[in-house]
Design a protein around this ligand. Structure first.
Ligand code: GUN
Ligand code: ZN
Length: 450
């Protein structure tokens, strides 16, 4: 279900009454009191799809006594979730049995992506894909399309119809892939350029130059990807990095004169502030330092890393104080196993546990919201309820299953201590059922059926 914006809804002022939870700073680096904003009985005022004001209901109710107020008792409104790495053509191969990365690509991924040359097919899948994201409370995504420009067109058209903020790109891949999926360095450059000119900054849409990974691109293709970034300095770079040990070994063979996997991208000018690297499971200390210096981001994809047997991401090292790297969460559908960023955060907690590290409930929720926005350099537009931000938010039911209702018998936490336990249970037990409604720019885009 989706709604197109009309002129009247764009200009109206309206409000929501609920409890509100968001982040104003990074809880990996500062205390809960300095990072978490929780208003047990709050009011969010929205004008033209953007946040006008957030405060307590008591303080704001008289100031806005004339505007319509939607009340969600016993719910919590949080910013829409941000998925920093996902493949839309892989939706239909989610849960494909038995392989690790390189075999999984050959056996499942490549044959499926071949279907996305057909624009009508791509359009159908894009529609189902975006509806599934909204059902799961995900309002912004960084997306791999397929190698065909038609697949990008289809995705952007559907995202635009739903008024979503989304970043996507055509896969660049000129070797080590089946014929039907290969472009050339030159065609990938020209097609990407055309797509940038057509779609980058069109409404809420943005473009990412998207070489699949070092194995499937020649030096020449990577160099031309770097040329695109120079010609269009505010587009993104989105690729995979150091996910699987066999992959890392092959990259070393293919690029014997590079010091590291990251260095392959660095040489081509692909490591910068708007670069997002998926996985980074097997990075060296030196590579972490370089990512930190370049202000690049990592998309941590725990369900994928576990499902494909890739390894345990060193979150604590990425979030170190000395060499901090921006981190967001990625579902990595179809290597990942859930569209839900709650489930993804739950697996992130377990990945930390296996390394004797702790991921606090607030840190987990931060990664899914403001952390993701920072990873995508979109923190001036989305990620929390600061005035002026785009009003993408979700209505969360922390008692959405019989088990959660039993565990969380009182409806609304009144203190931060109660809240932290409640948020932990949400992260561990919650999924799409916890998302009661999803709003895009202040407009209802999905509501659970009762
Ligand atoms: N590395 C290169 N391509 C892919 C992909 O499609 N999925 C994952 N998880 N890793 C990749
Ligand atoms: Zn991926």
């Amino acid at each position: 279900m989706f709604f197109e914006l009309t002129q009247s809804t764009k200009t109206s002022v309206k409000a929501f009454r609920c409890s509100f939870l968001d982040f104003i700073e990074d809880p990996f680096y500062v205390s809960t009191a300095e990072s978490v904003r929780y208003i047990a009985d709050g009011m969010l005022v929205i004008e033209k799809g953007k946040v006008k004001e957030l405060g307590t209901y008591e303080n704001l109710k008289n100031k806005y006594s004339k505007i319509p107020v939607t009340f969600y008792p016993d719910m919590t409104i949080v910013p829409g979730f941000i998925d920093t790495h996902i493949h839309f053509p892989q939706m239909e191969i989610i849960a494909s049995y038995g392989e690790q990365l390189l075999e999984w690509l050959n056996k499942y991924t490549f044959p499926t992506e071949g279907k996305f040359k057909d624009k009508a097919y791509a359009q159908k899948v894009a529609a189902v894909f975006l509806d599934e994201l909204l059902r799961n409370g995900t309002t912004t995504t960084l997306v791999f399309a397929a190698v065909y420009p038609e697949s990008v067109e289809a995705f952007f058209e559907e995202a635009s119809r739903r008024n979503l903020r989304a970043i996507a790109g055509k896969v660049m891949m000129d070797r080590h892939a089946p014929d039907f999926l290969r472009d050339t360095a030159q065609t990938s450059y020209l097609q990407s350029k055309q797509l940038i000119q057509k779609w980058h900054k069109k409404g809420r849409l943005l473009y990412a130059v998207t070489p699949r990974f070092a194995i499937t691109s020649t030096d020449e293709q990577l160099r031309l990807a770097g040329k695109l970034l120079q010609e269009f300095p505010d587009v993104y770079l989105h690729t995979h990095l150091s996910e699987n040990v066999d992959e890392v070994a092959w990259v070393r063979e293919l690029f014997p004169d590079c010091e590291s996997y990251l260095n392959v991208y660095d040489r081509a000018g692909l490591v910068g502030e708007k670069s997002v690297f998926a996985h980074g499971v097997h990075l060296s200390d030196e590579e972490f330092r370089r990512l930190s210096a370049a202000k690049s981001a990592i998309a941590f994809c725990p369900t994928s890393n576990l499902f494909l047997g890739s390894g345990l991401f060193k979150l604590e090292q990425a979030k170190s104080k000395e060499y901090p790297v921006k981190v967001g969460l990625g579902t990595d559908i179809g290597g990942g196993t859930s569209f839900s960023l709650l489930q993804t955060a739950s697996e992130a907690y377990k990945v930390a546990q296996l390394q004797r590290q702790k991921l606090s409930p607030f840190q987990a929720l931060f990664l899914a919201t403001l952390g993701g926005a920072r990873a995508l350099s979109l923190e001036d537009k989305i990620g929390n309820f600061d005035a002026g931000k785009e009003a993408d938010f979700i209505v969360v039911n922390m008692r959405s299953t019989p088990l959660m209702a039993f565990r969380n018998r009182e409806a609304t936490p009144t203190s931060l201590e109660e809240l932290v336990d409640r948020v932990f249970s949400l992260v561990m037990l919650g999924d799409d059922r916890a998302i009661s409604a999803t709003y895009i720019m202040g407009e209802l885009a999905y509501e659970v059926k009762r």
